[in-house]
Ligand binder design. Sequence first.
Ligand code: NAI
Length: 400
Amino acid sequence: MKFEHKMRGNVSVGVNPIGCKQEVNNQIDFVKEQGAYEGPKKVLIIGASSSYGLATRISLAFGANADTIGVSFEKGPKSEKNLGTAGWYNNIYFKQAAEAEDLIAKNFVQDAFSHETKQDVIKYIKEEFGGKVDLVVYSLASSVRTDPDTGERFNSVIKSIDQTVVGPNVNIQKQEFFEHVLEPATQEEIADTVKVMGGEDWQLWMEALKEAGVLEEDVLTVNYSYLGSDLNRPYYGGGTLGQAKADCEVKADNVNELLTDIGGKATIVVATAVTTKASSVIPFFPVYCMGIYRIMADNGTHETPIMHQDRIYRDMLYGNNAMYDDKGRLRPDSWELDPEVQKEAETLTHTINEDNFTSDKTGYSIFMKEYLNLAGFDVDGYNEAEGEETTLDDLLALEF
Ligand code: NAI
């Protein structure tokens, strides 16, 4: 088959399944090269099929030998024109690789927000996963959520609050640099974004797991956050997503209380900015990435999701180099927020314009390669012959 990269604005709609397989294998190789580490053994990852969730799963399985359950919402192939989503294939090829090493890798491809999914996962933990988990990772990013009790559907929006923000952005499909005008959110939009991307569902998961008795003593649960800096505060930290992330901190307190009697802990992990399906659609964020990636790549601190997550688990959460702030949040984002790095990125970003944004003066090529890799394109080591030999029937026969 010929796999074509197709886009709608900054959203990839084409996928190369064999490229996704290679990308998963490249990430596995990266983790193996770092060697083994002592970590959790039975892990549930909610939002496991791409970027941060997938990288977490790969690091824990291939670095710490963990059995994993991954929950995600992805689509499988239907026709040659509609091959489904990259996460669908990531799930499958991760599972194949993990099972080849005698690890359990169970995929639930269903709505994490529903009560039913929580009960399905609990049943599986009890009956086929040894009865308990010792780590729960919440790495979900979504634009919609159906309330499991009322059936009401909420949409999240990425907007500023109380101010119109004007700045440079890139339309990846058209390769166009343009001035983006972001209007502030209404009160309803702010509340809805918190409903979708805040911590309510994380807390519901932890309550359901606790009530079912499937949490190990001393269980750890983490939720990925982003704080950013003055450079992106107007549209991120000070915007609707910032409100949702603040809500996760409130919910972390609730979960900590919930877990007290079993010695468990809820931790907010403030992760670094990376190129993902979710982050590429944040207004202005691609240009922020082009600035910060250039500076960090030049000083050797730029990370992809697998590099960042492997460092978080190996060196920080299950290692000796954890760095917490005064609010108890883990801060692997310290490299990105280093004042010198921020200053240089700010200076560089001010020089990026429509004539030079694709040049090597910016981190454009780093961003674009990572962006294409997400959908299985431009992947190092890609086996072109295998791609060409693959048929739709081969893809339809894959089991998740
Ligand atoms: P992503 O879009 O790559 O992955 C989102 C995951 O959620 C996928 O596995 C998807 O299948 C799953 N998902 C979405 N809706 C679902 C549903 N209804 N039911 C089950 N699964 C569902 O997102 P990314 O960027 O890896 O984000 C993960 C977390 O990391 C988010 O909380 C995000 O805010 C946070 N984060 C991201 C940063 C970035 O630069 N991308 C920086 C710091 C934190």
